[in-house]
Design a protein around this ligand. Sequence first.
Ligand code: PEP
Ligand code: MG
Length: 749
Amino acid sequence: MAERMETESRKLLRRLRDTMASDVAGQARLDQITHLIADSMGSEVCSVYLFRDEETLELCATEGLKPEAVHQTRMRLGEGLVGRVARTGQVVNTPDAPAAKGFRYMPETGEERYSSFLGVPIQRLGEKLGVLVVQSRDAREFSEDEQYALEVVAMVLAEMTELGAFIGEGAALSARHQQAVLLRGTTGQEGAAEGHVWLHEPRVVVANPISDDPQSELVRLTEAVEQLRVGVDRMLEMSLTGDKDQLQVLEAYRMFANSKGWMRRMEEDISRGLSAEAAVEKEQSQARARMQQVQDAYLRERLSDLDDLSNRLLRILTGQGSETGAEMPPDPILIARNIGPGDLLEYGRKLRGIVLEEGSVGSHAAIVARALAIPLVVHASRITTEALNGDHIMVDGDQGVVHLRPDDTVVSAFRDKIAMLAQAQERFSSIRGLPAETKCGRTIGMHMNAGLMADLPSLESSGAEGVGLFRTELQFLVRNQMPKRSELSALYARVLDSAKGKRVVFRTLDIGSDKVLPYMKPNDEPNPALGWRAIRVGLDKPGIMRMQLQALIRAAAGRPLTLMFPFIAQFEEYTAARAELDKTIAREERLGHVLPESIEIGAMLETPSLAFAPKKFFDDVGFLSIGGNDLKQFFFAADRENERVRRRYDTLNVSFLSLIDKVVQRCRESNTPLSFCGEDAGRPIEALCLAAIGVETLSMRPASIGPVKSLLRRVNLEEAREIIWDARERGEQSVRPAIVEWLRSQNGN
Ligand code: PEP
Ligand code: MG
């Protein structure tokens, strides 16, 4: 029986292939197909429903239902049995449709005569395209074999849809990947960019989903899976010393690659008439559909491992890979599900923008994108399935919005925005060489944050006076293994060379929390942000810190060196870190290395506790830099990575400004230079308030220097200070409304 079904299924697919090859229009082809399926499955009805927009399905062809209903009958996602199949991505098979959950009677189709219903989703790699339905008069449940055969056919229909076989009139038959799409995500890095899609992992196209020769397809599949297994084993061998997560992923790969169930399903697909690659894609599509349903994070990850593995298998089978030979389009905008920092650095400044389907604001890729000042949108769902290489695309990093294949109105509005930004940049460049001198005669130090060699050219172009924060961990994060001391020393020397005498504040390694080195054994900590991180790691395991300090000392060799320790929560941590540094200096001297001409040593104030440290700390420390990102998250107990809470508390909240004021006062008493290097330093209104309270130096991303300086040069900080403290006196929660109002009145003058 099963064998007969297989032959039937192959026959049907062969007939499908013939219609694919025939020279008829999309609608006629769909009509032929519904006829073919109904005929070969012995059912009275076969219908194809396709999406006309994200929420609405439309009956596009039918054998058996009233022809007048075609292109008239529509249902919303989730509505009726067809809508249920589309929403869940799951098959509905029932002998008594009117009694089934969610049934909705559609009188215009004349379907009341039919009792049994079998609906399967038409989907391609998790992308929902429509629903294929067969119905019969007699109340019978379709057999497993029949259901399976229909799923195979739906898979081929999905491929045909992708290949443009059903293009016709109306929205439901319009060509795919040609309409304008707006996708909403989250801001990863501000800025606006226009360009063309460049897919990090080009989609594998299965041009030939049907095969007549199951035997040779089985051989192809077996050989490809063998190649895949060998590859996975090799990766496992190479990373046995690697981190736990990576091992877990590779183990999962191995488990799937050896999974009999996975292999058996694909073999069955082939025996039904699919080609090897179509079989892989069919199972992959189903895994993706399941992925969208499961809530459990662990299971989702495993399904996504299976997805990656299927991609590898598809590339082996089709010979299509990253090396497709395609040329990068002009103004490339990178599209990926996710990307590692190393890969991103390889693309470097070539990219105009980046859009990730997953990713997160605090991911390493986001850190790199920020360092390169490339607009980035994360969590843009569907982007990898919607975008095609070369598509026109506009990325609005400020709003976290992506316009794919935008229409003319969007294009002109967006270009206006880019032009305005460019004009503003031009205005800023005219004040590049001028100091941030306020109307009341104070001059605020304008420095930039950096972390990669790629940042250094901005020192010149932004007009920064120096690097106020060099995040040394980026060099550790973008590698697959611990950098050597000699490599680091050479790199730091290059940084100092490019700074041409401008001050560079190297922050010693700040790892832990969200910054996990891929090659260091991860710690299972219940709350990593409050855990073993930054200076705590440096002091408990001084080996790496010493190595880094040596590299810094050797890099400076005869030049001034400035460094600061991150995340100092109490005086003693600073003293201990200094003692390490003193020991290292003494050792370097003994070894005969040229010492730096001078060494300035500071600390980062990132926990409220340090604001209340003994006066001796403020007297001893060379300078203080407020790490506002961390300080704010601890002050308000609101995780900086958590989208739900991270914007909940305003930096201009009077409580937070009062804490900053306290730090300013304490630094003044001890004559300790104070700077602020969190993200808020680069936001003009926040920067203005910080300066008004008494912060002397701000360090920010290079692109923010122009806007911040431009505002500072227009204001009187004494007045701003009064506005701030008056608002506090009045019992306001945030000084923002008062300051914004005051700025407005200034502009009016
Ligand atoms: C900060 O916490 O404000 C800071 C500058 O350090 P990072 O963002 O690298 O933690
Ligand atoms: Mg920090």
